[in-house]
Design a protein around this ligand. Sequence first.
Ligand code: MN3
Length: 222
Amino acid sequence: MSSFAPGRFARKILKQDAVHEFTLPELPYTYDALEPYIDSETMNIHHSRHHAGYTDKFNAAVKEAGITGKNAKEILSEVSQYPDTIRNNGGGYFNHKLFWRVLSPNGGVKPEEELLTAINGTFSSFENFKNEFSQAAITLFGSGWAWLILSEGKLKVTTTRNQDSPVMDIAEVKGTPLLMIDVWEHAYYLKYQNRRAEYVDAFWNIVNWEFVSKKYSRILQG
Ligand code: MN3
């Protein structure tokens, strides 16, 4: 019966959820938009289960730790003070949020001029940069991420294990993330199985260079 109005109950539950500070961001494209490079089912599970799971657990851990009034980056920048649930789930929440935005079905071929010049200056050529980043991603043992970061004014390729992030105070190489790839098996296994190198190769077709380049320019402007 329509007069039962189940919507009112649903809204009540949503209101309680609002005490959670961090929310799963919507993807800026549909689950199948990155086909054939990343398949629809992988994107769906990765976003609606994995990222959603990190987000929920991060909220619970933040509540448990009594942290208030801080954004995710601020929390991660002092993550050594908190339990590992914050490190693992906060990293998972934060890293995936970045990752979705550096991907695009209309990925560009190259960065815009300012970033391209910096990449050429640091890595000799754009091809060399791609090779170094790909090798870092392919050779990282186990689960983790490969990154292009800006670290003390310099571009660097680095990797982190599990859900660690270069913005964390415990990171070996700290910096501001520009481009990253998730090399957890959940990011590619359905389509590529154990062929991580093929997934990394496919990744270059869907990099949102416009977004990454603009982020770089924004950081330079301070
Ligand atoms: Mn992932």
